[in-house]
Design a protein around this ligand. Structure first.
Ligand code: GLU
Length: 418
């Protein structure tokens, strides 16, 4: 597995690839390859035993041409400045391809949250929120959950911000719990857009999703919901994994039952109904109809891509394929439906949450899911149209053509402020 691919360089390469199919000047393009600003801060927080520990944290605001910066905050030991920059750039193009009025941002703390108590995590989160306070705001920069963060952390950040600002402004952050201003359907939204993309992809490719074999790498919020919803379409989820390894069942798993097992034991490994257990790498190279990488960046590099046997890949994670893997899979005629569309459900329902917060009005889950389906299927149609019209080598490049053009249009229409 590639340790070497730098996600920020991958992002820049993806933009360059798309530029070949567009009429956009190098000066404008260069702007789109670098963040506008990056906050780097060191959080000094008291641990439960009374020591003070320092945690490095970042927030990258990549581009605000289409609206306030938007994107999650992750807690992970591998968080780095370049990773956060890349993830914030991917948010710009993600928001653009689904045409919601946001730019892109992303934040992270270098931490393994499993090593800390809930009280410690609360102090760390509130400390980060205090540092973020001058940058975030309902019309400025709106954080959300990402890897290892969820409703609990979002509620803390909202409360810290509102307390310091002496106001009530739930739209300063999305992904909150329902009683703190969260939206129905937000938790499921990322996996739902993955399912919708897979459904549309199989339809476009004239293949039957019913009965299709599926492997899902990663069983966190995105992966497990995608597995559940794809299973509900009649597909057969034959393999799933998490950081502890992969499990395989020829006849297909009941994703909900696997989730219960993970909740009880901490991992999918040892699931009693499995026929076999193997490594994540083996899962990624299984001969299945559909592969869903739903873990972290760089899961599939060029070398591993040569062994990928799936016919269709739908990316639930951000950046799971390196640019070299993209080239290998394009040449092998494997269709890859990119992250910026397939996991855009999360930020799309974040947008609905923000709209509801601003209107102080609550939508039903049915309405949320209907609007999400419309947005994802429209974006999908637009993507395949652009793929066919431009002759782009793969769906990712076509997706960037659509997204970059929208950002460039917003920039050029509003002119440049020196
Ligand atoms: N972290 C999610 C993503 O990568 C959601 C971002 C958001 O809701 O703002 O798309």
């Amino acid at each position: 597995m590639s340790e070497q691919a730098n996600p920020f360089e991958s992002l820049q390469e993806q933009i360059d690839d798309a530029a070949e199919y567009m009429n956009v000047g190098d000066d404008v393009l260069n702007r789109l390859k670098h963040p506008e600003r990056v906050l780097e801060t060191n959080l000094s927080v008291e641990t439960d035993d009374g020591d003070v520990e320092v945690f490095k944290a970042f927030r990258s605001e990549f581009n605000g041409d289409r609206g306030p910066y938007k994107g999650g905050i992750r807690y992970h030991p591998n968080v780095s400045r370049d990773e956060v920059k890349a993830l914030s750039g991917w948010m710009v193009y993600k928001c653009a391809i689904v045409d919601i009025p946001y730019g892109g941002g992303k934040g992270g703390i270098i931490i393994d949250p499993d090593d800390y108590s809930e009280d410690e995590l609360e102090r760390i989160t509130r400390s980060f929120a205090k540092e973020l306070r001058p940058f975030i705001g309902v019309d400025k920069d709106i954080p959300a959950p990402d890897v290892n963060t969820g409703q609990r952390e979002m509620n803390w950040i909202k409360d810290t911000y509102e307390t310091l600002e002496n106001t009530t402004e739930p739209g300063v952050i999305t992904g909150k719990s329902p009683d703190s201003g969260g939206s129905a359907g937000r938790v499921e939204a990322t996996g739902r857009s993955t399912m919708l993309t897979a459904r549309e992809a199989f339809d476009y490719l004239d293949r039957d999703i019913e009965g299709a074999s599926v492997a899902v790498q990663g069983y966190g919020n995105a992966g497990w919901i995608a597995a559940k919803l794809i299973d509900e379409l009649g597909a057969n989820v034959v393999a799933v994994s998490d950081s502890s390894g992969a499990v395989y069942k020829e006849g297909g798993f009941d994703p909900v039952d696997v989730k219960h097992h993970k909740k009880e034991t901490g991992s999918v490994a040892g699931y009693p109904g499995a026929d076999d257990e193997f490594s994540n790498e083996d899962l990624l190279t299984l001969d299945v109809d559909l592969l869903v990488p739903a873990a972290l960046e760089n899961a599939i590099d060029g070398d591993l891509a040569r062994d990928v046997q799936a016919d269709v890949v739908v990316e639930a994670a951000n950046g799971p394929l390196t640019p070299e893997a993209d080239d290998v899979l394009s040449e092998a005629d494997t269709y890859v439906f990119p992250d910026i569309l397939a996991n855009a459900g999360g930020v799309t329902v974040s947008y609905f949450e923000w709209v509801q917060n601003r209107q102080r009005f609550h939508w039903t889950e049915e309405r949320v899911n209907e609007e999400l389906e419309r947005i994802i299927t429209d974006a999908f149609d637009n993507l395949v149209e652009t793929y066919e019209e431009t002759g782009a080598p793969n769906m990712r490049t076509a997706a960037y053509v659509v997204a970059i053009q929208r950002v460039v249009d917003a920039y050029e229409e509003s002119g440049n402020w020196p």
